[in-house]
Design a protein around this ligand. Structure first.
Ligand code: ADP
Length: 264
């Protein structure tokens, strides 16, 4: 609760000013709360893998295992957790830069068809390991957009990795479609995975939001991917939509204008 609230006794300028200051104080408090929550989330997310690392290295060091197979299992967990930690730090750094407005796009003409093929090739092995076919379809004549190559790739990789991560059987389909008006191109990733309940959909772009904490952990996510994707898409003047049905699958649709507004 705010202790600094001014009392508003009149409708004159002073009263108006007091009202404005109170609004500011409320905004400030809200900002402090989200900052606090953000920090609490970060320390929780960092602490979890560290706890695993400490625990399992000790188990191996003290030889508290019975077979070599068991020991290898613990080493695998250690490796996975170190990997998760690395991923988390990268994502956090990326997000912090964006929040500070420190990301500037280096714009080039990009052929989304070519870039999609590259991105799909990069995740092919992961999909294969899970027995998931990856397909690409195209609709249109030109898939050229003005964008930042590295960031665009990040958008695609994040969506593709999510699709693979949250799908156990079926297939992943990527659509690259020129919009009818010709002003933008759609990049769509569709999966036949576990899906997201309707009431959770509005929150998936929030930092650290996971549909089910334990579920996401088991699948290996950080809860930051989609919030980064959304920011990057918006930096390009585009927008992202997500539709999903539990047990049926998820569809993420990114609309990218050929030219961001600032360049028109
Ligand atoms: P994470 O790194 O945990 O995957 P994201 O920010 O990328 O975090 O996504 C937020 C949450 O949305 C995920 O934890 C997951 O529960 C859900 N989600 C994202 N993509 C999919 C998908 N393709 N299918 C099912 N659930 C998904």
């Amino acid at each position: 609760e705010l202790e600094t609230r001014l009392s508003i006794r009149s409708n004159d300028e002073i009263g108006f000013l007091a009202g404005a200051i109170n609004d500011l104080a409320v905004d400030l408090q809200r900002y402090r709360d989200t900052r606090q929550e953000f920090l609490a989330n970060i320390s929780h997310e960092l602490r979890t893998p560290i706890t695993y690392l400490k625990g399992y290295t000790k188990v191996v060091k003290d030889r508290l295992y019975e077979t070599e197979g068991e020991r290898d299992l613990y080493l695998d967990i250690i490796h996975e957790e170190a990997h998760r930690l690395e991923h988390l730090v990268e994502d956090l750094f990326e997000l912090a830069k964006m929040e500070e407005g420190k990301i500037t796009l280096t714009l080039d003409w990009i052929d989304l068809k070519h870039m999609t093929e590259q991105a799909v090739r990069r995740v092919e092995l992961k999909a294969k390991e899970k027995g998931l076919p990856l397909k690409i379809t195209y609709h249109g004549d030109s898939y050229r957009v003005r964008g930042d190559e590295k960031r665009m790739e990040q958008i695609m990789m994040n969506l593709l990795e999510n699709a693979i991560r949250y799908t156990d059987e079926g297939e992943i389909t990527v659509h690259v479609d020129e919009e009818v008006d010709g002003d933008s191109v759609l990049f769509i990733v569709e999966d036949t995975g576990i899906g997201i309940p309707e009431e959770e959909l509005p929150y998936v772009f929030e930092r650290f939001y996971r549909v089910e904490k334990s579920r996401s952990r088991q699948y290996g996510g950080t809860g930051l991917g989609l919030s980064i994707v959304k920011k990057l898409v918006e930096l390009h003047g585009g927008n992202i939509r997500i539709a999903s049905q539990p047990g049926i699958g998820t569809r993420c649709e990114v609309q990218l204008p050929r030219l961001p507004k600032t360049e028109k």
